[in-house]
Structure formats: C-alpha cells, structure tokens
Design a protein around this ligand. Structure first.
Ligand code: HEM
Length: 482
C-alpha cells in the first residue's frame, strides 16, 4: 500500500467510525437507554470482559462501570448490545417476570448442544409443568427418603479410592456425574456410565467455546459427542419402556418422564425425554462439582473455618459408627456447614448471572430497555457489593451464623445464587445436600495439603486452572470418634 492509499484508508475508516458513533449516540438518546459504552464495532467490550474474567479478580470490570454509570448500564458483549444490571431489585424484577416481560435466551451454539426439548429452552405452560416435575424429583422429601442414601454411598465409594495426589475437581466431577445418572435412571457406576461420562465431558467442553463456536474443533467434537450421548440415552429409554411394559417400575426421573403426558396428549417422544435428561445432566454437573472444589479451596485458605467445620462433622461422626450412613437429621444439624455452603456460593458465584431478552419495551428506573434487547442480571455484582455484604470480597462463613434462629447477615434477601422466579434452580436443595455430604466425608476422612499453587479464574467458567491438586492423608477413624 503506498502512502496515498494509506491516507485514504485512514480517512474512510475514521469517517465510518464517526458515523457509527453518531448513529449509536442518537439511537441511545432517542431510546433513553441506560448509560454505558458499546465499545468497538462488533467486538463491543467483549475483550475487556474476557480479560477481566480470566484473572482471579474480575471485579474491576463491573466496579469501573458501576462507578461511572450506576448499577444499570449498557455494554456490548458476545456479539450483542446488552443491558447489565448490578441492582438486586432490577434483577428480581427480571427474574420474576420470566415469560411475561423477559424470556430466557441462549446463543444458538448452546441450544444445539442442549437439544430443543431441554427444560432450559422450554417456554410457557410446558416449561411450568416440567419445571415443577423436576422440582418434585429433587425436593427435600425425595432427598430425605431416597436420594440421601445414594449420595452418601457414592461419595464414600469414590473417596475410598483416594490416595496421595488427588485432582479434586476431577473427583468431584466423577461424583456429581454418578449421582445425577443414578437419580435420572437408577444406574450405579459401571463401565457403561464411565464411557458415557467420557463422551459427555466432550459435550460439556463445547459449552465453553463461545464466542466463535462454528470455527472451533472443540465445538464440532462436542456436537458429535452429543450425538453419541443422545444415542446411548435413547437406548436406555427404549429398554426402560420394555421393562415398564413387563411391570418392572423404577422410582426415578426417567419413570416420571415416561408417565408424563406431552403437550399434544400422549407421552413424550424418545427425543424429548433424551433432551430433557441431557439438560439435567448438564445443569447439575459443572455447578455442583465446582462448588465442591471451591469450598475445599476456601477452607484450605481459612484454617479457622476448616477447624470449626471439622469439629461439627467429628461430632456427628462420633454419634454414629464409622460406616453408618448420614440421615436427614444429621444433615439438618450441620449448621456451620450451611454457613460455609452459603459463603462459598456467594463468593464463587458459579452462575455469575443470567441472560434474558426483553419481550417488549421495558421502563426501568427511568430508562428504556428496547424490545428484543438482551439483559444480563448479574448475581455476582450483588453478592460482591459492599453495600449488601460487609467486607463483601472476603470469605467469611460466620456472617451467615444465626443468632436465635435468624442470620446475622442482613442481606439474605439479595442472596440469590440459584436465581429466582419461574426458572429458579430446581436442584438448589439437592446441590446443598450433595455439597454438605461431600464436605462431611472429606473432613472426617482426610487431612490434606495443596499439592501445587492453583489459580481461580472465571472465564470461560469458574474453575481452578490446575483442577485443584491436593495431597490427601487418611485420618485415623478413632480420631474422628474421639
Ligand atoms: C450448587 C449448585 C448449583 C447452582 C449454583 C445452580 C444455579 C442455578 C441457577 C442460577 C439457575 C437459574 C438459571 C436461569 O435463571 O436462567 C439454575 C437453573 C437450573 N438448575 Fe441449577 N444450580 C446448581 C445445581 C443444580 C442441580 C444439582 C441440578 C439438578 C437437578 C440443577 C438443575 C437446574 C435446572 C434444570 C435449571 C433450569 C431451570 C429452568 O430453566 O427452569 N441445578 N441453576
């Protein structure tokens, strides 16, 4: 390119950028959008977001914008202008008005992996019915009477094999996968479940290849693996139908799905059931295993919290024999554990927020969110806000401690790690119980040290970079009984 061409190129680019900027400013004034910066053409502020969330301290991305524009601002991330809310009341409004004013919206790449009949993509009355069906399979009574015994057994079974160096994140994933498969279709760990898990992990990787999935080999591999997982689950559905015809009835999610009527009368198709099961496998797996790993990380970094937790669980174990299964009453007596669970959920923010789309023009706090615009209700921003939680960025499980039954933490009503409204996580209680049982066996059976330094990052998901390697040492059972 000679100098005249370079000059012309620069002139045209500057002119286009100027037009682009003017158009956006005029549009914003006309619509009265929340203030903010749409960043570069096409890319918006995606790169700033990714580089903040790839560090251990992503907070400045939100802090800077909240201090400049307030708790509701406009940005442009992952290919679309987005209204970002760090305000608990607006978040609540967004979540509660699911299906009326806002609707959940996932990028096409995610929808393809989930399958079109997944609960996460369902809308309207079918969503309502299937959400409550899922709840009915993960509520307190079902956990107490059926699931707890399996959770206890499968956690122990996996931990029995632990020696020396353990990659905690991998182990937690294995446990949560086995638990979900058991809950969905009553299968205990075997070669089949192991093979399924291998394929399934390739599917999971595909979820985190945004923003350019079409060009990614990981994404293509994920789509192929999804096909194999769906095929394997389809076979299970067909086998189960035959067993049911012969009068053999199981008490699991698959049985409930086979009993359920589809929207147009008659039962659900095999494809619908497979999509539904796959989505449940996805929703409970990454979240619960990450929270297990991070609880251990935060406890390792906070010896006094770990000591108090150990005391609570040693007392429970001392009341029971070494091998006796945990009962619902034991779970209910884990009061400090619940403080640790809450604080881990608050600080880790596995689901940092939820995307929705405005179904019509919406007025909020004097601003307009135009119809079709994407909004992001940031749960993380609220949980990490000093106005709502004192010393919000410090791990402090004691903030949840109850004095005469009520938590000393004044911000319980803005604490929403499981979302809210019609899409509130149906696995919330189950996730809590799984984490509590995991912590019980972890602290009563092992002491551990970190094998090597590991870093927490928040993009593409919340995870530690090295899968949290620890060296475990078995505790003497007598110690636990003493
Ligand atoms: C500690 C672990 C967990 C966390 C932090 C978590 C968090 C969340 C959040 C924030 C949502 C709301 C998403 C939205 O509004 O768009 C959600 C939805 C969901 N969660 Fe969980 N979850 C956890 C464990 C589980 C488990 C164990 C299950 C298994 C049953 C599960 C199943 C689901 C499903 C099916 C949805 C979709 C609900 C719908 O769209 O109607 N989650 N979860």
């Amino acid at each position: 390119m000679d100098s005249t061409n370079i000059f012309l190129y620069l002139l045209v680019s500057s002119f286009l950028l100027l037009i682009f900027h003017l158009l956006r400013t005029t549009t914003r004034r006309k619509l009265h959008l929340p203030p903010g910066n749409l960043g570069l053409p096409f890319l918006g502020e995606t790169l700033q977001l990714i580089s903040a969330y790839k560090t251990e301290n992503p907070e400045p991305f939100i802090d800077d914008r909240v201090s400049k524009y307030g708790t509701v601002f406009t940005t442009h991330v992952f290919g679309e202008p987005t209204v970002f809310s760090a305000d608990p009341d607006i978040n609540k409004f967004i979540l509660q008005n699911e299906g009326r004013i806002f609707e959940s919206s996932y990028p096409g790449s995610i929808s393809n992996l989930l399958g079109r009949h997944s609960l996460l993509l369902m809308k309207g009355s079918l969503h309502k019915r299937m959400h409550s069906l899922t709840m009915s399979f993960a509520n307190s009574m079902i956990i107490r009477d059926h699931l707890l015994v399996d959770i206890d057994r499968l956690v122990r079974l996996n931990m029995d094999a632990w020696t020396g160096r353990v990659l905690l994140m991998e182990e937690a994933k294995k446990i949560t996968f086995q638990l979900t498969v058991k809950q969905l279709m009553s299968f205990d760990p075997c070669e089949w479940t192991e093979n399924l898990m291998k394929e399934y992990m390739l599917v999971i990787e595909g979820f985190f290849t945004i923003p350019l999935p079409i060009f990614s080999t990981t994404y293509r591999r994920a789509i192929q693996a999804r096909g194999k997982v769906a095929e394997a689950l389809g076979l299970v559905v067909r086998e189960r139908k035959k067993e049911t015809e012969k009068g053999d009835r199981k008490n699991d999610m698959l049985a409930a799905l086979l009993d359920e009527e589809g929207d147009s009368g008659g039962g659900f198709s095999d494809e619908q059931i497979v999509d539904f099961m796959l989505a449940l496998l996805v929703a409970g797996y990454e979240t619960t295993s990450t929270i297990m790993t991070l609880a251990v990380k935060f406890l390792t970094e906070n010896p006094s919290a770990l000591a108090q937790l150990k005391e609570e669980h040693d007392e429970i174990r001392a009341r029971k024999g070494e091998e006796e299964t945990l009962q619902w009453d034991d779970y209910k007596s884990m009061s400090f554990t619940q403080c640790v669970v809450n604080e881990t959920l608050r600080i880790a923010n596995i689901i940092s927020g939820v995307f929705r789309r405005a179904m019509r023009d919406v007025s909020i706090k004097g601003y307009t969110i135009p119809k079709g615009w994407r909004v992001f209700a940031s749960l993380r921003a609220v949980h990490m806000d000093h106005d709502h939680f004192k010393d919000a960025r410090t791990f402090n499980p004691w903030r949840w401690q109850t004095n005469s039954g009520s938590s000393s933490c004044s911000s319980v009503n803005v604490f929403s790690p499981f979302g809210g409204g019609p899409r509130r996580c149906p696995g919330a209680e189950l996730g809590r119980v799984e984490l509590s049982v995991f912590l019980h066996h972890m602290v009563t059976r092992f002491s551990w040290v970190l094998a090597e330094q590991d870093k927490l990052v928040f993009f593409p998901t919340t995870r530690t970079q090295k899968r949290y390697p620890i060296i475990v040492q078995r505790r003497n059972p007598v110690e636990a009984n003493s």
